[in-house]
Design a protein around this ligand. Structure first.
Ligand code: NI
Length: 483
């Protein structure tokens, strides 16, 4: 907002405003306040143009006064009419609400009701335009409010890109995860502010269905702007939440997401080999499904092994290295009973924040420990929190390991309820599904007998990742399901 600003205010009687969006605004003012306004002095509008630092984007700042009430709104003029009218539509609605409220208020002449609406360009690239609109209102000395609206546009078509567009077929799981991560961020911020961690406001105002638009802060960061009172107590003010996409990459395997962010590839993997052995399962002929359990071994793992054994079901355990000590026998039993032992790093860090060497060490240390117990070096790993980035790929290449994500997201760490977990698995299971669960969570372990029972009755065979893909199907790559 610097060079090229036209300094002069242009005063126009409203009759000369032509097709400006403001004419509707004036009409509203007159409709609501007109009766109290002297006919000789109707509301009037001023506007001025401002350039922005973004090529081709200008602002039209429209100020309307009725008596001593002022509304100032910054309209975006990108040259793309679809974009401009989406933003203008939101602004016009705010102005209509403001004037509507004023109609029911009488205020002392010492007080000047006020509304300010301005936009901010959060990110502008040839492929996307992220715009955040902030509104603040004071309609009485004691009442002030804020609101926000935001969009990421495709500047070629003018269409809004939604989270659903980003996540495509994974939309439900992706949006659910995004909402959980937003709430985690809210909880963390409340803690930082020494506030009680109360998510009831966010729970009430932010149902999954409301999570439609997003902002792209940069090529790897989602951003959401919330009004005062929307996710926390109003006195804490407006809140901006940013999320790294590192742990949402799995859900962004779409062309649209790749135009907005730098997305790491997660692939599907063809079943490559039939497992030889006494009870060989050919997943090309049989409906196979892979249960995977992270974060163990834990105090619940032996119960889980009993359950799996009774059902003659195989699974995969992604082990945290530092959880091994004292539970070596559990790991040996997992191995001996035909399950795949995978690597879930040594200390469960957020890998994308670590150096390549540190990531490699996290993997090697756990592999070595497991090898001392089973005699075998794991070839499959799961990144903690599903967070993946360039260094994770390189570490997988260095260690010749295959990364395994998932295709059925139980979110069992969030909903610690066996019924919910059971229902999600049964509803989403398909042949070739990889299902993420945690054997460190008792409600997940308790859901397994019913999961096995129901899906076996539907003809599914529960296999380990080794049985699904072979011993190390895609070293240096990350996969999420079988074809
Ligand atoms: Ni984990």
């Amino acid at each position: 907002m610097h060079a090229g600003t036209l300094p002069a205010w242009v005063n126009l009687p409203n009759i000369l405003l032509g097709a400006s969006a403001a004419i509707a605004l004036i009409a509203l003012f007159l409709a609501y306040v007109g009766a109290a306004t002297q006919t000789a002095q109707p509301g009037y509008e001023q506007y001025k143009w401002q350039d922005t630092k973004y090529a081709g984007i200008r602002s039209k700042i429209v100020t309307v006064k009725i008596k001593n009430a002022t509304s100032t709104a910054e309209y975006i003029k990108t040259g793309n009419q679809a974009i401009d009218s989406v933003v203008a539509g939101a602004i016009d609605q705010y102005v209509a609400e403001f004037t509507g409220e004023l109609a029911y208020f009488s205020w002392p002449s010492s007080f000047a009701p006020e509304q300010n609406i301005s936009y901010q360009i959060i990110r502008s690239t040839p492929e996307i335009l992220s715009v955040s609109l902030a509104t603040s209102q004071r309609i009485s000395p004691t009442k002030s409010t804020t609101d926000t609206a935001y969009w990421t546009f495709n500047p070629h078509t003018g269409q809004i890109i939604t989270l659903e567009d980003l996540f495509s077929e994974q939309a439900r799981d992706g949006t659910a995860r995004t909402l959980l991560y937003i709430k985690q961020a809210i909880a963390k911020r409340l803690q930082q502010k020494n506030q009680p961690v109360d998510l009831s406001i966010a729970d009430k105002n932010l149902p999954e269905s409301e999570l439609v638009n997003f902002l792209a802060a940069d090529q790897s960061t989602l951003r959401f702007d919330f009004a005062a009172g929307e996710i926390m107590k109003p006195e804490l003010g407006p809140q901006t939440i940013t999320l790294s996409i590192d742990n949402l990459q799995l859900f962004m395997q779409t062309d649209t997401a790749r135009t907005v962010f730098t997305v790491m590839p997660v692939g599907e993997q063809r079943i490559t080999r039939k497992i030889e052995g006494q009870q060989s399962t050919d997943c090309k002929k049989t409906k196979c499904i892979a249960l995977t359990f992270d974060d163990g071994p834990s105090m619940y793992t032996t119960e889980l092994l009993d359950t799996l054994g009774q059902a003659k079901a195989h699974a995969t355990f992604f082990i945290i290295g530092q959880n091994i000590a004292g539970r070596e026998k559990t790991i040996l039993r997992e191995y001996q009973e035909g399950h795949t032992i995978g690597n879930h790093t040594w200390s469960h860090p957020w890998l994308t924040r670590l150096s390549l060497d540190t990531i490699t060490n996290e993997l090697m240390q756990t592999n070595e420990k497991i090898k001392t117990i089973t005699g075998n070096t794991p070839t499959y790993m799961r990144p903690p929190n599903g967070a993946i980035g360039k260094n994770v790929y390189t570490a997988l290449e260095r260690t010749s390991m295959t990364g395994v994500m998932w295709s059925v997201d139980t979110r069992d760490w969030s909903d610690r309820n066996s019924n919910i977990i059971y229902n999600r698995v049964v509803a989403e299971a398909k042949p070739g599904s990889i299902i993420i669960l945690h054997d460190a969570i008792s409600t997940s372990v308790k859901a397994v007998p019913r999961i096995l029972d129901t899906l076996q009755k539907q003809g599914y065979t529960f296999v380990s990742i080794d049985e699904l893909f072979g011993p190390n199907v895609a070293p240096g790559k990350i996969i999420s399901r079988s074809e």
